[in-house]
Design a protein around this ligand. Structure first.
Ligand SMILES: [Zn+2]
Length: 296
């Protein structure tokens, strides 16, 4: 039995956990055996996506390695149970997990940041994210504006807060921080530009490492004393994402780009320019519906 099975009542209470309700994953009735969803710890072989970017995550919970000369940046880890999987994936590519300098976290929930402290301790990497998410990681997920103290994870000790526009350097590559709060108050995304060879010519490409914008069904949006600006944050995040132009879309959950034909994840999945628009449209609908419900 998983260490998380005792959390099942909480899982049932927060049926829209991590915004996946309405997807194939949770369309059937839930039972304790579904928690955590089997796909969350399912493995998949690591592979090169493009330029300096490699996929080192699981079958559902994404993790990306940005590798350049003398630098390794990990974007998201997964649950605590996933940290060994991610380290194994990095080894399998011929890289060293203990070379990781920085761990970027798109959202301080246990399915992305739960394994951050393990890898930070092993490698000495600093764990970075939006300021409010850094505080949430330092509290081990406690006092979350939606979950309260229900979904704790191992607190992160070596942290760095990043603001909108802050740059993270990795060798010749620059990751630019895009503040995308709402799902969590310090939610963040990163834009990465890199050259690829095409017919002997060097062409610049852009990857968007995107945080979630799901509106959790238990989120109180009006007069939330823990997060008063939650609604305006979601709206500014929509606007920021709508300005982004990119060649590669790298979400924190693979379900957003999974064609669900039973195939394992592969590089072509990430050359998806439509997924973000669909995700934004769904989030806007969720937001308006919740606001209407709360207004009575
Ligand atoms: Zn989340």
């Amino acid at each position: 039995m998983s260490a998380y099975s005792s959390l099942f009542p909480i899982f049932q209470r927060h049926r829209a956990l991590f915004g996946l309700v309405g997807t194939a994953l949770f369309s059937s009735p839930l039972s304790a055996a579904d928690w955590p969803p089997a796909s969350w710890t399912e493995t998949t072989p690591a592979f090169h996506i493009a330029g300096p970017i490699y996929y080192v995550g699981g079958r559902e919970l994404a993790a990306y390695l940005i590798h350049d000369e003398g630098c390794d940046v990990l974007v998201n880890v997964g649950m605590e149970d996933n940290s060994a999987l991610v380290q194994q994936s990095i080894y399998s590519l011929g890289f060293q997990p203990n070379d990781i300098d920085t761990i970027l976290i798109t959202q301080a929930h246990m399915d992305h940041a739960g394994g951050a402290e393990n890898i930070s301790q092993a490698s000495g990497a600093v764990v970075a994210g939006g300021a409010a998410d850094v505080e949430l990681m330092q509290r081990g997920g406690l006092q979350d504006y939606v979950f309260g103290d229900d979904l704790p994870f191992t607190a992160v000790s070596n942290t760095k807060a990043l603001n909108h526009g802050d740059e993270v350097q990795c060798g010749d590559h620059t990751l630019t921080t895009i503040a995308t709060p709402g799902h969590t108050p310090g939610g963040s995304s990163w834009r990465l530009r890199f050259p690829v060879e095409n017919d002997g010519k060097s062409v610049m490409k852009t990857a968007l490492l995107a945080g979630s914008v799901s509106v959790l069904s238990d989120a109180q949006l009006i007069d939330n004393e823990h997060y008063p600006q939650v609604v305006s944050d979601f709206r500014s995040t929509y606007q920021r994402f709508e300005q982004e132009q990119f060649d590669y879309f790298l979400p924190d959950h693979l379900i957003f780009i999974d064609p669900r034909n039973g195939e394992a994840p592969k590089p072509a999945w990430f050359e998806n320019q439509e997924a973000l628009a669909k995700i934004l449209q769904r989030s806007k609908k969720q937001l308006e519906k919740k606001l209407a419900e709360e207004a009575g």
